[in-house]
Design a protein around this ligand. Structure first.
Ligand code: HEC
Length: 176
């Protein structure tokens, strides 16, 4: 009697494990992108729109419009990242997200004084600051994006871009 019960018990346990195992199995095919990855993809799209025109000698009103819109979008997206995907145990990640937000806010601010002297240079500087922030966080997390986004390139920077000396402002992470 005791033996039979033990036998039944083991069969039940095996069945439970089997069912659990199958239920856990993910459908094959394309791996689902995480929500954070999707947000990053959107940030990337907006960043690239600005980067694409960052080598111009002069911005048209339309170009300034592109920068203003992309900045506003990145600000929104970064706020979502900050509130929905916090990593309280990773201070550097937290700081870099905040930095991405403040650098983008500065970029938006530049568009409000687009007709003033130096606005073009300031906007271009903000693009670089932003790109540094992206690169520093990805490096911190061991994410190698640019080789994947720009196949054939070995470093983290897009084609034609060169390493930018670390800005000396305070508030930036120490190892810039
Ligand atoms: C504070 C950290 C942080 C900053 C700053 C950051 N990223 Fe990311 N990024 C991540 C993480 C984490 C992932 C991986 C998300 C995942 O796969 O779940 C990622 C992934 C990506 C991806 C890949 C998305 C995909 O489809 O798999 C792109 C593209 C990207 N980031 C672009 C950018 C750009 C452009 C910037 C700057 C404007 C930026 N990121 C700034 C943390 C950051």
């Amino acid at each position: 009697m005791v033996r039979k019960n033990i036998f039944v018990f083991f069969i039940t346990v095996i069945c439970m494990f089997t069912t659990y195992g199958f239920a856990e199995e993910k459908p094959k095919g394309e791996k689902e992108k995480s929500e954070l990855a999707k947000l990053m993809g959107e940030i990337d799209k907006n960043y690239k729109a600005v980067e694409q025109i960052s080598g111009y000698y002069k911005y048209s009103d339309n170009d300034w419009g592109v920068i203003a819109e992309a900045s506003a979008n990145i600000i929104q997206l970064t706020k979502i990242v900050i509130s929905k995907f916090p990593r309280p145990d990773d201070k550097k990640y937290q700081d870099l997200n905040k930095l991405m937000l403040s650098e983008t806010e500065k970029m938006l601010e530049v568009t409000s004084r687009k007709d003033e002297k130096g606005a073009l240079e300031d906007a271009q500087w903000q693009v670089r600051r932003l790109r540094q922030t992206c690169a520093v966080c990805h490096k911190h997390l061991g994410i190698h994006l640019y080789p994947q986004l720009y196949p054939g390139k070995k470093d983290e920077l897009p084609p034609g871009q060169h390493e930018i000396p670390a800005p000396k402002e305070t508030g930036a992470p120490k190892d810039w």
